[in-house]
Ligand binder design. Structure first.
Ligand code: AMP
Ligand code: MG
Length: 489
């Protein structure tokens, strides 16, 4: 285990030309205080968890002190936002402190969000509010626990700094970690400013750091794009199967290594609703739950365009065409596991579609339905009582249950074994908006951070019964339904 000051930095991104970033240091927060610390993320960089007890810990992650070996910079990127190209983005309120190599040689970006203005801040203040850092901290750890690739969260430092949003709020910083924070928009930045040499340099860099298997391949740029297509398709299949809506799938929020990145007005779907759109400013539902796979492909098209100087159009097209199959196969595989099916059969697509169709009209809680489905034994006279009670139209779900039963029989499914397998993929606990809201209220109004830590503890083990926390699996109370999530953060 290492002390903070002993972390081993290897700042590879810093060695790229200066056009790739703005060298800038964090702007310190007034009266910083520790809000929460995640030792699981700390262990990824071999950080001694006792370090959090030292006053320097807060200083390092609130912009008061620089960790020896860090070399802070704000990364340059552009991107398509709600379908429109914006040439003026980049890290406007986050700074890459540096890249830390752990004992086994893995490299982690230490990225400090809310760290003050940079060259890319435009008219904004470079800050993040405590509310939004709590949302990002909890969700990235919850999504990770659901087996979905994501950035991680190390800690939040709060402060007395006043930040103007819809109301005056308190500023905070969150330390985020990832293998890289390079986005589709990082490539677009150089493509649209007509610098193909930098597009190539960035591609070479990303391949060397994150796709080492492609080094030396004759068609490495094509294979790189293929790999990004595949990772992105699989990420979408994961989001769709766990019921996660990102909220702002702009190309600058699309990770080049297929991580979930930039948690803003996201939401976990509660009642099953394909049109679910957590971002209250997304009036046309561009980034609705059901649109996510199609938008991901649209974004990949923009990435392919940006790589136009190093990959021919035909080859790019070939790579993009694989998206649909990879996505569908991966989605059906995920859903089959949720249904407890061990094998794959052509009729499974209809079985899944049939179920989702009933769920739409019945507005059933998506997470709780699948969790309870593991208790399924006999379809006669309908589902088991606890499942049956979730549906008004008993006949509709009863008919589906007959099909499900025969599908289970066809592979000699064992009730006990199936339940065990299903409970490993159907979470009992997700980050429901009202749960996050409770933790935020306590933190913001009472400086009480206990609910953040409790939620984190529950959500990092979402498949375990944890029966003492049963109420955290409940659908939202009336006040917590359809909470409006503002994209201000
Ligand atoms: P987002 O919607 O959070 O992905 O942000 C889009 C772009 O705006 C990114 O480049 C952010 O760094 C930048 N940005 C968002 N909020 C702020 C802020 N308060 N200050 C400076 N830049 C910001
Ligand atoms: Mg962003």
């Amino acid at each position: 285990m290492r002390k903070i000051a002993e972390l081993k930095f290897d700042n590879t991104y810093r060695r790229l030309p200066e056009d790739f970033y703005h060298l800038v240091k964090p702007t310190a927060l007034k009266n910083p205080k520790l809000v929460c610390f995640n030792s699981d993320a700390g262990s990824l960089i071999d950080l001694d968890p006792n370090e959090v007890m030292k006053p320097e810990f807060i200083e390092y992650f609130s912009g008061h002190k620089l960790i020896p070996g860090s070399d802070p910079l704000a990364m340059y990127y552009t991107g398509h936002q709600f379908g429109v190209y914006n040439s003026d983005i980049g890290d406007g309120r986050a700074i890459l402190l540096g890249e830390v190599r752990n004992f086994v040689g893995e490299k982690w970006d230490l990225h400090l969000k809310g760290s003050g203005r940079t060259r890319y801040s435009r008219v904004f203040d470079g800050r993040a509010v405590l509310r939004s850092t709590i949302r990002e901290y909890l969700c990235s750890e919850a999504i990770y626990a659901l087996g979905t690739p994501t950035t991680r969260a190390l800690c939040i430092i709060g402060s007395d700094e006043e930040v103007e949003r819809e109301t005056t709020e308190k500023g905070a910083m969150m330390l985020r970690m990832a293998e890289t924070h390079i986005r589709f928009g990082s490539f677009e930045a150089f493509h649209y400013t007509d610098r193909p040499d930098y597009v190539k340099l960035l591609a070479d860099y990303v391949i060397e750091q994150h796709f080492p298997g492609l080094i030396g391949e004759e068609n490495k740029y094509y294979m790189f794009l293929k790999d990004v297509v595949s990772r992105t398709a699989q990420l979408m299949a994961k989001w769709q199967s766990v019921g996660f809506a990102h909220g702002v799938m702009n190309t600058d929020n699309m990770s080049i290594t297929g991580l979930t990145i930039d948690y803003g007005p996201y939401g976990f779907m509660e009642e099953y609703d394909p049109e679910y759109t957590p971002n209250n400013s997304d009036h046309f539902g561009r980034y609705s739950f059901q649109n996510q796979p199609a938008i991901a492909l649209w974004n990949l098209n923009k990435l392919a365009l940006a790589l136009g100087s190093i990959i021919s159009r035909d080859r790019a097209q070939e790579a993009l065409e694989e998206f649909k199959n990879i996505y569908s196969n991966s989605f059906v595989r995920n859903m089959n596991r949720k249904l407890g099916l061990k094998t794959a059969r052509p009729e499974d697509v209809d079985l899944i579609k049939g179920l989702l169709k009933i769920m739409v009209t019945e507005k059933v809680d998506y997470t709780n339905f699948f969790r309870k489905l593991s208790d399924f034994t006999s379809p006669d006279p309908g589902l088991n009582r606890n499942l049956d009670s979730m549906f008004e139209d008993k006949a509709g779900i009863g008919d589906w249950a007959v099909l499900y039963k025969s599908r289970l029989d066809a592979e000699n499914s064992d009730d006990y074994e199936r339940k065990r397998e299903m409970d490993l993929v159907n979470p009992k606990f997700i980050l429901r908006n009202y749960l996050a809201e409770n933790a935020i209220k306590k933190a913001v109004n009472e400086a009480d951070y206990s609910e953040i830590n409790l939620l984190h503890k529950i959500l990092k083990d979402p498949f375990s019964e944890q029966s003492e926390f049963d109420e955290y699996a409940d659908p939202p109370p009336d006040w917590g339904r359809n909470l409006v999530i503002s994209c201000s953060s």
